[in-house]
Design a protein around this ligand. Structure first.
Ligand SMILES: *Cc1c(COP(=O)(O)O)cnc(C)c1O
Length: 352
């Protein structure tokens, strides 16, 4: 089976497993694990923030960041297809009691931007909708979340200039700015913009190590020392504090050393995959050529639903995933160019 359903399908390499086996460890819950401490410092420096906090998942990074930045009843604004709104079980509402206001694809200024990306005009329009009445009727501002790269937007990249102007206007309106950077390093490799530059405009950000970076577990949330101090308390409360977590952090350090530059291969493979899929009768690319490692195809023209298309491909040995009426494919380090070509042949056979 060729696993193109997600970049979470990466398995730790032999060399990564050796790094895991050799890890120096301590009690992470007491902040005494030397490998976790090294990882936190390294990611904080890479993203240009004062401090970092190792967490079990990206979902917990978003959960804790929203909790630290908001009070119950505050507004959380994000793209209507943002992971934090669509794929985290309503955790922000459950844990932080925030009121969410989606920023829609049709909001002002968005037509000129990539899917999932929005600027100050769209933010202003969303706030005008939800804060039409004066205080004390309108909900208080809380947080705006941006996603770099944007998963359900087809791996689209927020340009630095858009991010900067959005963050300035958000802060002027009393909002904290949080970056879901699950695939931030894909954006860096695709554009050449350093991670610290992308993170300079935001208050908090995080990286996921269990996706294209190829580690089995882990994410690191970064921000000011004060923010991370408060985040550490919620990590404990939510049951995210660990013990000898250096065995997991060692894989993340290994990934930073060995699996970042190669993300460019995933982007090349995604472009080849997109081009090959779009050459099939009835298959189109709703978002055009992929910017990073995520490919969305529209299969309506094949006469099959997204679910039927995916089922046929699975039977032919290629796992894809239906997403919002379309089909998603994601490239990663366990799928090389030969596997991409084999997948394209298998999908063509499945449709024939
Ligand atoms: C995967 C993902 C998450 C959640 O990360 P987990 O490590 O799976 O909990 C959050 N945001 C985006 C954009 C993602 O792709």
């Amino acid at each position: 089976m060729i696993l193109l359903n997600s970049d979470t399908e990466t398995r730790p390499t032999e060399a990564m497993r050796r790094a895991i086996a050799a890890a120096e460890v301590g009690d992470e819950q007491k902040d005494e694990d030397p490998t976790v401490r090294r990882l936190n410092e390294r990611v904080a420096a890479l993203l240009g923030k004062e401090a970092g906090l190792f967490l079990p998942s990206g979902t917990m990074c978003n959960l804790i960041a929203v909790k630290v930045h908001t009070q119950p009843g505050d507004l959380l604004l994000a793209d209507s297809d943002a992971h934090v709104l669509r794929a985290e079980g309503g955790g922000a509402a459950l844990v932080s009691g925030v009121q969410t206001e989606p920023i829609h694809a049709g909001d002002p200024g968005r037509a000129a931007l990539a899917p999932g990306v929005f600027g100050p005009e769209a933010l202003a329009a969303a706030l005008a909708r939800v804060q039409a009445l004066p205080m004390p009727y309108a909900p208080r501002p809380g947080i705006v979340c941006v996603e770099q790269t944007h998963n359900f937007g087809g791996g689209s990249v927020w340009p630095l200039s858009t991010l900067t102007t959005l963050a300035e206007s958000a802060r002027a309106r009393g909002l904290a700015v949080h970056m879901d950077g699950a695939r931030l390093l894909n954006a860096c490799v695709a554009t050449g913009v350093p991670a610290a530059a992308f993170c300079a405009p935001v208050d908090s950000a995080w990286l996921d190590f269990s996706k294209g970076l190829g580690a089995p577990i882990g994410a690191v949330l970064v921000g000011s020392r004060e923010f991370i101090g408060r985040a550490r308390r919620y990590k404990q409360i939510f049951g995210g504090a660990m013990r000898q977590a250096g065995i997991a952090a060692a894989a993340c350090l290994y990934a930073l050393d060995h699996h970042v530059d190669r993300l460019a291969d995933d982007h090349d493979n995604a472009r080849r995959l997109a081009e090959g899929l779009a050459a099939l009768p009835g298959v189109t690319l709703p978002y055009g050529k992929p910017a990073t490692n995520i490919v969305f195809v529209d299969v309506a023209g094949t006469g099959l639903s997204a679910g039927e298309f995916v089922a046929r491909c699975t039977a032919a040995g290629v796992r894809l995933v239906p997403a919002a009426g379309r089909v998603r494919a994601v490239t990663h380090l366990d799928v090389d160019r030969a596997a991409i070509e084999a997948a394209l042949e298998a999908v063509a056979r499945a449709l024939a």
